[in-house]
Write a protein of this length. Structure first.
Length: 86
């Protein structure tokens, strides 16, 4: 998964740089070092985006579990108290 994300990020960075050169009507490979920088930035961006997405899923799962536990304590706990104290 990490290799795929890294390669997609590099491809995305390269395509952004090529598109930028095309819009400015300069040769596609005008400054090759700019392509390397863009590929590196794209790789870093997508890797961090993937980490962020995983963290969001974990945090959401924790919040759902806390909410579920609070709801069970609130509703089932009060229901059991009413059964014992008529």
């Amino acid at each position: 998964m990490a290799v795929t994300v890294t390669m997609l990020g590099a491809l995305w960075g390269l395509s952004v740089q090529l598109h930028s050169n095309a819009l400015r009507r300069v040769p596609y490979m005008r400054h090759p070092w700019e392509h390397l920088i863009a590929m590196g930035c794209g790789s870093i961006f997508l890797n961090e985006l993937t980490k962020f997405d995983k963290q969001i899923v974990e945090d959401t799962e924790k919040l759902v579990q806390k909410s579920r536990a609070a709801n069970e304590r609130r509703y089932f706990g009060s229901f059991l108290l009413e059964l014992h104290n008529p």
